[in-house]
Write a protein that binds this ligand. Sequence first.
Ligand SMILES: [Zn+2]
Length: 313
Amino acid sequence: MKSMIKTALLPILILVAACGGSPDTTTGGGINVVATTNIVADLVRTVGGPEVTVEALMGPGIDPHLYKASAGDVRRMSSAEAIFYSGIHLEGKMSEVLEKMGERGVRTVAVGECVPEENLISSAEFSGLHDPHVWFDVGLWSQSVGCVAEMLAALDPDHAGEYLQRATDYADELNALDAWIQERVQVLAPDQRILVTAHDAFGYFGRAYGFEVRGLLGVSTASEAGTSDVQVLAEFIVEHEVPAIFVETSVPPRYVQALQEAVRARGFAVEIGGSLYSDSLGNPGTSAATYPGTVRENVETIVTALASAAVAD
Ligand SMILES: [Zn+2]
């Protein structure tokens, strides 16, 4: 289900904001909303501030492709004032329950579907579908921020001004982060920018920051890697002398370990360059607990592993 509120409504929102100016100070948690992934929850919390209580269904390390809603989740979603989810079939096992919630009158927003459709990458595996991992292009993800502000403003017009202001500030922060990545990856020569990960989550990252990307499991983790997938990717790594490959926090490491063994069996010593946050944020209280934090950590992990290995050559 697509967001009903589009950027065309922004002028109305600005008008509401200008006329609002409610003097009350909310000490937290005015509106109760549910988010599916913790990446989406972080976005809604940032825009919602103290006026919104956000409950994330999926904690750190949970794979959204495989996640099924529990009875408790259904209760939480039923009583929420809105449900924010990533969309573009990321929550592949939740589409039915999300649809039902919409039919019951709970407002739902797929924040990933707020970015212009022409900027989405087509999925090689599923014809007619798109790659859901839009947050890996930070500039593109910044375009979903306005959608969140619009939904929150529609639910709580008294605080429309605050939501809009936070959305504007956050979009600026994300655009600065995008510029930082563009600069940071310059440490790597273009031919060093080959990113091999557990599943094909980094397509948007590759397009935005100039990396060739390969994932062992495809765009969804729902399909297991076959022996031939491992062999083909192992050949690719040897041929391109890729020095490091990466595990992901929300995918079991055994897939990438099997790939490493297959490469080593061919006489090439590929390293595991670290663990990337792909479809989930890190633990609360760590620097990877927020979306910008995971982006910075991922970029440092990738750059460090691919650059240091090049020095060792
Ligand atoms: Zn994924």
